[in-house]
Design a protein around this ligand. Structure first.
Ligand SMILES: Cc1cc2nc3c(=O)[nH]c(=O)nc-3n(C[C@H](O)[C@H](O)[C@H](O)COP(=O)(O)O)c2cc1C
Length: 191
């Protein structure tokens, strides 16, 4: 697949097979983040890769999943992520660091997608707990967690009608509404 096809077909994955992920695989995704655009090339980000089963279980407990799905849902034990990349910021005073996190995260999820690995970006996370579990010094800020694993679901994208909320149908397929291209493009003058 070319880059455009990977971008367009990527969907957030929240249900994973239990086939372990290789550390070198995750390291490759972090390498993609390492070379992402960075404001003033300050490169304030570092990454914690988590693959060990016990550590994954500890981290899983402090993550919030799919807030739009009711009743409250989290991946079942046999569908949990098998690896994580925790994005850390070493200079949170840098006013542009959130942009850097965004570009780094996108590089990670696209590099993973290209290798057949599904991902879920998570910001609904208990940052203090993550800091404690992994003994991350207070000089670093935990910004985001990217859950990784081999996919066992195939979400579908659909034109957004009246709600941004993703939903699951009777076959447990996740539907993700996206705004229509014609509704967000303005040619030469607004609107
Ligand atoms: C900054 C950011 C934070 C997110 N945080 C969470 C989260 O905490 N939990 C979760 O299940 N999904 C989270 N997501 C995934 C979004 O719900 C998902 O990207 C959105 O529904 C669109 O689906 P798509 O990625 O398949 O296009 C997050 C995505 C982004 C970009």
């Amino acid at each position: 697949m070319n880059v455009y096809d990977i971008i367009v077909s990527r969907r957030t994955i929240r249900r994973f097979s239990q086939t372990p992920l290789d550390f070198n695989h995750l390291k490759k995704f972090v390498n993609a983040a390492r070379v992402a655009p960075s404001a003033a090339n300050l490169q304030p980000l570092e990454y914690l890769i988590v693959t060990e089963k016990m550590r994954c279980a500890e981290l899983f407990r402090v993550l919030g999943w799919a807030a739009y799905i009711q009743p409250k849902w989290t991946p079942a034990e046999h569908e949990r992520p098998t690896g994580y990349i925790v994005v850390l910021v070493k200079d949170a005073k840098n006013p542009y660091y959130k942009y850097d996190v965004g570009f780094a995260a996108e590089n990670i999820v696209l590099a993973a997608e290209a290798e057949g690995v599904g991902t879920c970006i998570l910001c609904n996370i208990q940052r203090d707990m993550i800091q404690q579990i992994f003994k991350i010094p207070s000089s670093l800020v935990v910004d985001m967690v990217i859950a990784c694993g081999y996919k066992v679901e195939k979400p579908v994208v659909e034109d957004m009608k009246d709600s941004v909320k993703y939903w699951r149908d009777e076959h447990e397929v996740l539907h993700v509404p996206k705004r229509r291209l014609d509704d967000i493009i303005h040619l030469n003058v607004y609107p």
